[in-house]
Design a binder for this molecule. Structure first.
Ligand code: HEM
Length: 516
């Protein structure tokens, strides 16, 4: 019986396999006019790609992008439907930076990168990025006050307060829950942020989204659909999604009852717009949505925002502290500036932290969280005005963020070395355009937060949160860098990347002694 069923299904299976091979062959040929860049010496294995992508992108950027040419690299860990990433030169990125999600789509690219059709990771609503950006921009001063307050509370409860009793923290183990706690209290409010299960789940989202995508890709696509529901990481991700929806339902119902999720029966946009100013993210974020937001939109967007915000900020903070404490020559001047910025009421004048801003910018320049940003998938064929280059629909384009950031023509002959004063000097020599050099500003030379209309909408939230935390650390505690719990004096370490993401410096932490 089984044999007969199998024999009957075999032609169909063969046809599906043949069709998918044909499709991927056809798609890869459509990019024949873009040069493929590979590792030298013939080893182009998946393992090499995972560990050495940074070098591959840097050599490709210097060989092709610098002379205005695109190049492509194959994606041995990519999604299923995409074989190559096309790396665009800077003038091409400039051309597309304001093109909408409908043409160069980050939503589609992230669906492929995270194998979303198989894992069931939440979708990206078309409006969420803009609503978040506008909400943060309009409320940044209030948000920063709240951040200041929440960080004080968290540090008072979780860090040593007695000068006689120093303590140690591991960076990632401290920052992931700390940032989850502070970010949640602003995005979803104090009540949920105080729930340990909510914090545990939100800390797990981002890690599990990567893990479930990796686990799914261990299977061929046509089998992955069948086995995905049985994979533990996928099951956890789907359970988390259902959990978020359940937890956010009362908040959604409440906002709806208060008329904040739609223009109302008379379509009055002003009525809705007035809610843009709110204390909490869930208020201004949703009032920036186009019109009636469904519960699925509401919970998926919040989950994606939490996925996007916690580990990215924790990694950037951890790297910045490793950079700072492994190069103590910068510490005195940063502390002096931070002490000056403390106001009589205990708040911190963020705008006066210029040296800290420049230090953070240098740290992000050399160790961005992502080697590639501006990942997009073309929804239609596109011909670049700047070069005449034509790319078919379905092409994944991206920017060699880390390679751009170490370009000697932009940053000088020492572009691969850490110089905590580099951006101070660049600001002085750039006069009028110096504000473009601030941490958080997305430019074609500084792509750590992406670029253009789909750049990270939470970046100023992240930057202010990091500046507040760092200035509090250096003014209130004496800090000693530790590696595996032992004092570390080995200078700035080399950071590793796994695929396109930085590996968090999990061995590092610090000893803190409260200053008197
Ligand atoms: C240092 C910390 C952070 C880094 C390095 C970072 C980086 C990025 C990058 C590179 C992108 C894609 C942009 C592009 O390709 O053009 C992005 C998207 C995004 N970021 Fe951030 N981000 C950070 C913190 C945050 C925070 C704190 C929030 C929220 C408060 C946030 C919310 C988002 C959202 C909602 C998206 C769109 C992603 C999606 O819908 O899947 N990010 N971020």
């Amino acid at each position: 019986m089984y044999f007969i069923t199998f024999a009957a299904l075999l032609p169909a299976l063969l046809a599906v396999s043949f069709y998918s091979f044909y499709q991927s062959w056809r798609k890869s040929r459509a990019l024949n006019h873009v040069t493929t860049h590979e590792f030298g010496h013939g080893d182009n294995s998946r393992n090499r790609y995972i560990t050495d992508l940074k070098d591959l992108l840097e050599t490709g950027y210097r060989k092709y992008n610098k002379s205005g040419q695109p190049f492509k690299v194959s994606i041995p860990v990519g999604g299923y439907s995409i074989k190559y990433r096309v790396l665009l030169p800077k003038d091409h990125l400039e051309e597309i930076k304001h093109l909408s999600n409908n043409i160069f789509s980050w939503a589609l690219a992230s669906a492929v990168i995270f194998a979303q059709d198989y894992t069931g990771a939440p979708n990206r609503g078309p409006w969420s990025g803009k609503a978040l950006r506008v909400g943060i921009h309009q409320n940044l001063s209030d948000i920063t006050k709240q951040l200041n307050h929440k960080i004080d509370q968290y540090f008072a409860e979780h860090l040593p307060q007695d000068p006689q009793k120093p303590g140690s923290v591991n960076f990632m183990r401290f920052f992931v829950p700390a940032i989850a706690n502070v970010t949640n209290s602003l995005l979803v409010g104090e009540k949920l942020a105080a729930d340990p299960e909510w914090i545990r789940q939100t800390c797990d989202f981002a890690v599990n989204r990567y893990k479930s995508a990796d686990d799914v890709r261990a299977w061929p696509p046509y089998i992955a659909t069948l086995v995905a529901p049985l994979i533990p990481s996928v099951r956890r991700l789907r359970q988390s999604r259902a959990y978020v929806k359940k937890q956010l339902t009362p908040m959604y119902e409440d906002l709806k009852a208060r008329g904040m999720l739609s223009y109302g029966g008379d379509g009055n946009k002003n009525e809705k717009a007035k809610y843009r100013k709110g204390t909490y993210g869930y208020e201004w974020l949703w009032s920036g949505a186009p019109d009636s937001v469904t519960l699925d939109d509401f919970s998926d967007t919040m989950m994606r925002t939490l996925i996007a915000s916690i580990h990215t900020t924790a990694k950037t903070m951890s790297v910045a502290l490793v950079d700072m404490l492994s190069q103590p020559q910068y510490l005195d001047e940063l502390r002096e500036e931070a002490l000056q910025a403390v106001q009589p009421d205990g708040t911190i004048d963020i705008d006066s932290l210029i040296k800290l801003d420049c230090f953070l910018k240098e740290s992000q320049r050399l160790t961005p969280v992502f080697l590639l940003t501006m990942n997009r998938i073309l929804t239609q064929p596109y011909t670049f005005k700047v070069s005449g280059l034509s790319l078919p629909a379905g092409t994944m384009t991206t920017a060699a963020t880390a390679a751009v950031a170490t370009d000697p023509d932009t940053f000088g002959a020492d572009s691969n070395s850490f110089d905590g004063h580099r951006f101070l000097r660049l600001r002085e020599s750039n006069g009028a355009s110096k504000s473009a050099l601030k941490m958080g500003m997305a430019t074609e030379d500084s792509l750590g937060f992406g670029l253009g209309s789909q750049a990270c909408p939470g970046r100023f939230f992240a930057v202010n949160q990091m500046k507040l935390m760092l200035s509090k650390f250096i003014t209130q505690w004496d800090l000693t860098l530790e590696k595996d719990n032992i004092k570390y004096e080995g200078g700035r370490p080399k950071y590793e990347y796994y695929d396109f993401s930085v590996v968090a410096p999990t061995q590092f932490g610090m000893k803190l002694r409260k200053r008197v």
